[in-house]
Design a protein around this ligand. Structure first.
Ligand code: C2E
Ligand code: CA
Ligand code: CA
Length: 535
């Protein structure tokens, strides 16, 4: 409806009520000679009407219009009631508006529309209450715009506000999943990463956030401007137990990073070094996987009675362009921590099988290859399916592979491991328990496990020659394994003496530097794989 007098869509009674700030009553429509609207109402059978203005302060913010099909309805008594009602509605509207405004000002930043420091602290507190410790952390970071004062001074407040709004937008719509975003200071934004994370991941994601925010220039006052930003990070629970402490410590971290050449710093100084190392190593390991920098070396296992090579263990190495050949102890833990172990583990399985098939195709007599399986892999829901896929439809493939699984892992969850192991054996692969003697298996458990081989841990082989107790321990393990119809392999055999004792005690096979160190595939092929006999 138009408020202009005489306009086509106007309602003269409403207009009068608004202009006069008083109720307007028409108790019999027939008395009326007015505009189109009221004529239309009359045709619909409406006999009387009242329009009451809704006042907030002394401003009309709306009207209450009532129509009835009864002439003379709006008598004095009725109008007193209705006026009171309109007054109450006006009062309520006023209250809501003020409360909204107050609430907004108390919890939000007017420039960016983001939560302010107060609301941020509240949101962080809520996150902490939901977080259940464990090995990972919850990360809170502060993003700070460098030289914001100078930008404000030279380009003006409006440009400064514009920059804040654009940055807020970049943080909100960037590629990093955030649980909370707020403007916590003049030129400072607070973020909480979504979900618990290990430290390496936190650093990776926050670096990404910095790139999202500052890699591209900003458009301010029609010119492109490069803006730099820095970040201070805290981890819960390491750096504080509550939201206030965390925010305060994040501000400390920010102060430190601003005085340094770095872009991102953690509150706990030792975290920076750990993160830097982890970050660097983690990203290099990802590259290693992409560029196929991993290699398998093979170490033969020998039959103690005949001296013949019976099988080989595949041991992974990383051919690092920076540092040369890196042993698995230095990078497997990081692969496990970052989840990369799934892919690398499957790579090792495929690679071992590929070598085995190549040897077969070349007319050699290849031996079964044992591949180490990380605890994390075996626990993965799709591990059995993944092995199935590696084997494919090749009848011979499964005969070429054995899986080595550490004792402690199998024992952690005998029921579940047994189910997976049974399925894998059904495909034709064999299973060895690695590092046997370190995992406290009970006899009962051992008898029920679907495995083929026990590998006696190197420490027992070392202790064997230093005293009678060591010797009888190894002897007991061998007898025990044989009682359960398992093959026994002694690991880490380095001396003739160890080898002689093992043979005497009836150990089936040995593996160790005495016979051969792990060697590259081509060396293994030349030294240990005789051509298959014709026919
Ligand atoms: P492991 O499965 O117990 O492998 C035996 C380790 O003992 C190998 O170390 C091997 O080089 C070493 N070794 C063999 N003979 C002797 C010896 O006579 N004396 C001594 N002192 N050591 C000997 P490596 O290659 O450094 O591997 C270390 C561990 O890394 C392995 O222990 C295994 O747990 C893990 N690993 C290796 N390759 C893989 C893999 O492809 N996947 C997974 N998940 N883990 C792997
Ligand atoms: Ca092994
Ligand atoms: Ca071992």
């Amino acid at each position: 409806l138009s408020l202009q007098d005489g306009a086509p869509h106007t309602h003269s009674m409403t207009l009068r009520a608004i202009k006069g700030k008083k109720p307007v009553v028409l108790n019999d429509m027939k008395d009326f000679s007015g505009d189109q609207y009221l004529k239309a109402h009359m045709e619909e059978g409406i006999c009387a009407m009242a329009v009451l203005p809704l006042l907030v302060g002394d401003k009309v913010v709306g009207v209450l219009a009532l129509y009835v099909d009864e002439t003379g309805f709006f008598d004095e008594e009725e109008m007193t009631l209705l006026t009171e009602l309109a007054g109450d509605i006006g009062f309520a509207l006023d209250h809501i508006e003020k409360a909204d405004k107050l609430l907004y000002l108390a919890y939000y930043d007017e420039i960016t529309g983001l939560p302010n420091r107060t609301l941020f602290l509240e949101q962080v507190g809520q996150q902490l209450r939901m977080f259940d410790g464990g090995r990972s952390s919850l990360a809170l970071a502060l993003v700070d715009i460098e030289r914001f004062r100078a930008i404000n001074d030279t380009l003006g407040r409006a440009a400064g506000d514009d920059l804040l709004q654009q940055l807020a937008q970049r943080i909100r719509t960037g590629s990093v999943a955030l649980e909370a975003v707020a403007r916590v200071g003049v030129n400072c934004f607070g973020v909480v990463l979504q979900g618990p994370r290990d430290v390496g991941r936190v650093a990776l994601e926050l670096e990404q956030l910095l790139r999202d925010c500052f890699a591209k220039p900003y458009r301010l006052l029609d010119s492109e401007l490069r803006i730099a930003g820095k970040m201070g990070v805290v981890l819960y629970p390491l750096d504080g137990e509550d939201a206030e402490t965390l925010l305060r410590n994040a501000e400390h971290a920010l102060k430190r990073v601003k005085g340094s050449a770095e872009l991102l710093m953690f509150y706990a100084p030792e975290m920076d070094t750990r993160v830097a190392a982890a970050l660097d190593l983690e990203s290099r390991l990802r590259t290693a996987l992409d560029l196929e920098q991993f290699v398998l070396h093979y170490q033969p296992k020998v039959d103690l009675a005949t001296g013949k090579v019976t099988s080989a263990e595949a041991l992974i190495r990383w051919n690092d362009p920076q540092n040369g050949l890196v042993p698995p102890g230095r990078f497997i833990p990081i692969l496990e921590e970052t989840g990369l172990i799934y892919e690398v583990g499957l790579w090792a399985l495929r690679k071992a099988l590929e070598d085995y098939q190549r040897w077969r195709a070349a007319g050699l007599e290849p031996v079964r290859i044992a591949v180490n399986v990380s605890p994390l892999q075996l626990r993965h829901r799709h591990f059995v399916t993944a092995v199935e896929q590696v084997i494919g439809n090749d009848r011979h493939a499964a005969q070429g592979l054995e899986l080595e699984i550490t004792e402690s892992l199998i024992m952690e969850d005998v029921e579940r491991s047994s189910a997976s192991l049974l399925a894998i054996r059904a495909m034709g692969l064999t299973i060895a328990i690695d590092d046997f003697g370190t995992g406290y298996s009970s006899l009962g458990q051992l008898s029920r496990l679907p495995v083929d081989t026990l590998k006696i841990d190197r420490t027992f082989v070392v202790d064997m020659v230093t005293g009678p107790r060591g010797l009888s321990l190894v002897s007991t393990i061998i007898n025990l394994a044989h009682a359960f119809k398992l093959k026994v392999v002694a690991e880490g055999v380095e001396t003739e003496e160890q080898s002689r004792l093992l043979r005497l005690m009836g150990c089936d096979e040995m593996q160790g530097f005495l016979f051969s160190r792990p060697v590259p595939a081509d060396v293994f092929e030349q030294k240990f794989l005789p051509p298959a006999r014709a026919g």
